[in-house]
Design a binder for this molecule. Sequence first.
Ligand code: UDP
Length: 312
Amino acid sequence: MKELQKEGFHPVIVDDLSEGHRKAVSVDSFHQISLADREALQEMFRKEPVDAVVHFAAHCYVGESMEDPLKYYRNNAANALNLLEASVEAGVRRFVFSSTCATYGDPVRLPLREDHPQKPVNVYGDTKLVVEGMLRALDRSHGFRSVILRYFNASGADPEGMIGEDHDPETHLIPLVLQVALGQREKIKIFGDDYDTPDGTCVRDYIHVVDLARAHVLALRHLADGGGSDAFNVGTGKGFSVSEVIEASRRVTGHPIPAEVDPRRPGDPAELVADSSRIQKTLGWEPRFTDAEEIIRTAWNWHRNHPDGYSD
Ligand code: UDP
């Protein structure tokens, strides 16, 4: 939202606030609507002159998606279908979709390129891939152009300190580690240390939210300039293991951050690292935050100043 506003766009925000926070958005046009409510969506499109849709809303916990798969199909796939139908009906023909590296599944080649086989190993990835399929079909049938952004591990916080993560329950590694540093949790659990990686813990490509946000602005420009549908990885190309993230967090916070090894979490591939040369070449995007400590520092700044998230 902030990046769009800086670039002269006029964002209209639609959110059911089931997981988001009203305080995180400062826009003139806000609609508290669930994507399950097709009529409310149609009405919103009647009221607002929308040129393009950026679809972020989804459940995004790998572990939960394995335990409650239909919750994920309902929200991530069926509700996305509602949004696509309403967009097509309203004459919108440009769409940016938040997809995920989880659509690739267990890598057969690293770093992951966009043409890597997409065989998710968790339900979260399955549901995102379903929407990628809808978008490809709509391009053929309706000339509906879309940019699919396959996020790697979104992390960090607004460097200006206004926006940060506040999930309940929190399941993501960096905020959990920082909650230990704040004394809100006793220790961090490392989900498996027997993976085929240099230190045995899972390796992920942590991409700062500001770099991710800039990818959306460039994707919208690409579509506005007549660019065709495409899919891009959004990652730095650098992987950090769970142990490296904990170590970097110890350096940033000065807290010992006790850790213990727990069993593997179902649905976790050993390593996910992006080859993001396609978005660099096509859209001119480049990551600015490539260092784990630098990313964690922005998150630490948010968590330290908002220990109770948006309720502070
Ligand atoms: N992880 C961990 N302990 C936790 C939370 C996460 O070891 O308490 C690991 C998880 O297994 C994965 C990595 O940290 O390998 C990143 O997980 P996260 O949930 O942050 O993001 P995801 O990779 O699921 O998108």
